[in-house]
Design a protein around this ligand. Structure first.
Ligand SMILES: *[C@@H]1O[C@H](CO)[C@@H](O)[C@H](O)[C@H]1NC(C)=O
Length: 149
């Protein structure tokens, strides 16, 4: 018992380093969602400053793979964000769609040993809670018949 308490008190912070990997594919209706910015975060509900773990761009098939990690005292809350203009009705700015990812794919250590496969996601889906991004107006406009929201 004492030993366990001592271990908990003096365990090096590195034991709390957590890593995450995610891959998948985005499409917009019939088209593959190429060249979209995708970001993997650790959602921080208290500071509102999410830790960016990795960032990338979808390839010619709309596919992406991200992985990264951070040291935290509590379990990280992995969140995937994709910035896109699919089914956006020609509005200024872009959609920022976010996904909370399952925590059971977290690896304790600096290398993500598991990769969460989110599969193919059709970005025509409207998520109940979304932000907008105004930093880039060149994001692919791929919806032929956008539905007004
Ligand atoms: C693209 O991603 C999907 C879903 O993860 C996967 O089934 C498919 O094999 C991937 N294709 C390529 C070319 O990597």
């Amino acid at each position: 018992m004492i030993l366990i308490l001592l271990f908990l008190l003096f365990a090096p912070v590195s034991t709390l380093y957590q890593s995450y990997g995610v891959r998948g594919q985005f499409s917009c209706g019939e088209s593959l969602a190429k060249g979209l910015t995708v970001k993997l975060y650790d959602l921080d509900r208290y500071s509102h400053e999410n830790d960016l773990l990795d960032e990338g761009v979808t390839d010619g098939f709309g596919n992406f793979t991200l992985s990264g990690g951070t040291a935290e005292l509590t379990r990280i809350e992995p969140m995937l964000e994709v910035i896109h203009d699919c089914n956006d009705g020609g509005k200024v700015g872009n959609r920022k769609s976010k996904f909370l990812l399952p925590q059971m794919y977290i690896t304790y250590g600096t290398k993500a040993l598991k990769t969460y496969e989110i599969g193919n996601v059709n970005l025509e889906t409207i998520f109940l809670s979304e932000d907008r991004d105004y930093s880039d107006e060149t994001v692919q406009k791929s919806s032929e018949n956008p539905h007004e929201i």
